[in-house]
Design a protein around this ligand. Structure first.
Ligand code: GLN
Length: 481
């Protein structure tokens, strides 16, 4: 007998849907294929939970409904993994932290609800840095995730599991969260597409909060059309998140206008930064030159605020995190210290000291410090002022340009452990991604290049707020070349 699993292959959601309609594939076959892949690639440590049985059951039900001629949802049978910070009712949710050990979600995140309404199959929860804090996925209670391209390297973070799941073919598309680059940077390190939508495009209801004025759910995929389709499904107003303004103008249905000439800016300071790998710099400059020759406007502009954006980001996000994470006290959720006979304050302290990992504690301390009475103005207020300057400058840039292009990260994927002893060096590597979160603009990392060290790297494109359609059209153009 032929093993059906060997015959299944995935290229795009559209092809998959066509194969389902033709009867040359089934949802059941797809689920079996992915469960098999997840088992074979278990050493990558991408998944923290796999919902195999229920995925299979749902697949059979969907196959039946389709064969009966029932109308199909937009994500009919699409197999999706979600980062372990996104609530899925009656399923475990831990933010890769011991403090949420054994916690089970009591409701669906809006993004999950919307995907399920369109008949997606959620196959599991994906590994990440604890509370989405990190750039390598090494701060996880479940241990590190390996980059499938080279197992000595990190996949990036914090959504490392979500990136590797798509990279290694362990699901069709995945969701992560991006507070300072956690979708775009791992996409860059793994050679796939990662989109951070505009702040306010996708509901954060049911996403465990890290820094609420920065957080946004993002999408990993293998091609632009898949990412656009998932965005269409998860975007849009939500009574539970008042920051969400509108859905997309059906990003998935619009092919790129072929003759459009883009006005592209890049930051001189970014490309001349001493931390940027020279090969990444040269490759990007060459590609920009190619765009210029193709008739697009490409200009280097000054962005003298560049050196302030990482400090401003870490002051503001740790401040917000110190407040958001105050709720994990051992009384209401998850882990509780085993030590008895403690008064209430000692109980909180003990629970939090035992439950949180090193990096999360570091950030709670830093955030509490920058908000403390004596230092509030020196750090928090100052960082808010920087954020305002960056937003104002960005609005001016978008008067003259449609797109900003930057590297996604200054280097290719780090070696495992390389940056763990130097948190400042790790933070500084976020230099190109935190900009989009400070300003709320959408950004995408496109897997266009391979370094001579064998690792992939991407180009990051950003546009003005709520202009994802345009960004995705440009992305299609870039991916076709
Ligand atoms: N690396 C960044 C940080 O550690 C980004 C994290 C994120 O986007 N969740 O804060």
């Amino acid at each position: 007998m032929i093993d059906d699993r060997a015959l299944f292959s995935f290229h795009s959601i559209q092809d998959y849907h066509k194969a389902l309609q033709d009867g040359t594939a089934s949802c059941e076959e797809a689920v079996l294929y992915y469960l098999d892949r997840i088992r074979t690639e278990a050493h990558l440590n991408a998944y923290v939970q796999v919902y195999g049985e229920e995925a299979l059951e749902k697949a059979k039900r969907l196959d039946q409904q389709r064969r009966n001629g029932q109308p199909t949802g937009r994500l009919h049978g699409v197999i999706i993994g979600i980062k372990d910070v996104i609530s899925y009712k009656d399923h475990p949710l831990t933010a890769a932290s011991n403090i949420l050990k054994d916690f089970v979600s009591i409701y669906d995140a809006t993004v999950v609800k919307k995907m399920l309404e369109e008949e997606a199959i959620i196959i599991g929860h994906l590994n990440c840095d604890e509370f989405a804090m990190g750039s390598t996925n090494e701060n996880s209670a479940y241990g590190r995730v390996l980059n499938a391209r080279n197992n000595d390297r990190v996949p990036g973070g914090s959504s490392g599991g979500s990136a590797v799941a798509v990279q290694a073919g362990l699901c069709m598309a995945s969701l992560g969260s991006d507070t300072g680059g956690s979708v775009r940077q791992p996409a860059d390190f793994c050679g796939i597409i990662g989109l951070k939508p505009t702040y306010g495009r996708v509901s954060r209801y049911g996403l465990i909060a890290y820094a609420s004025s920065f957080d946004q759910v993002g999408i990993f995929g293998r091609n632009v059309a898949d990412v656009a389709l998932v965005l269409d499904v998860i975007a849009g107003e939500d009574e539970f998140d008042s920051t969400v303004k509108r859905g997309t103008e059906t990003a998935s249905a619009n092919p790129a206008p072929t003759h459009h000439k883009y006005r592209i800016a890049y930051f001189k300071e970014a490309l001349e930064h001493p931390g940027l790998d020279p090969e990444i710099k040269e490759t990007l400059l060459q590609r920009l030159d190619g765009l210029r020759q193709a008739g697009h406007t490409v200009e280097a502009i000054d962005f003298e605020l560049l050196d302030y954006i990482v400090p401003a980001y870490y002051v503001l996000t740790t401040a917000e995190a110190s407040s958001n994470l105050a709720r994990f006290d051992g009384v209401r959720y998850g882990y509780r210290t085993k030590t008895s006979n403690l008064d209430l304050t000692a109980f909180y302290k003990r629970t939090r000291s035992e439950g949180f990992g090193r990096e999360v504690k570091r950030r709670i301390l830093l955030g509490t410090f920058v908000l403390s009475a004596g230092y509030y103005d020196a750090y928090f207020t100052k960082a808010q002022q920087v954020r305002k300057l960056v937003v104002d400058r960005t609005n001016l840039i978008f008067k003259d340009f449609d797109l900003i292009i930057l590297p996604t990260a200054p280097t290719t994927a780090f070696r495992l452990g390389e940056k763990m002893d130097d948190p400042i060096a790790m933070y500084l590597a976020d230099i190109y991604t935190v900009y989009a979160n400070l300003t709320g603009i959408p950004g995408i990392s496109l897997p266009l290049f391979t370094h001579t060290n064998g690792m992939p790297f991407g180009m990051q494109a950003m546009t003005s707020r709520f202009n994802e359609l345009y960004l995705l059209q440009f992305s299609r153009l870039m991916m076709q070349q």
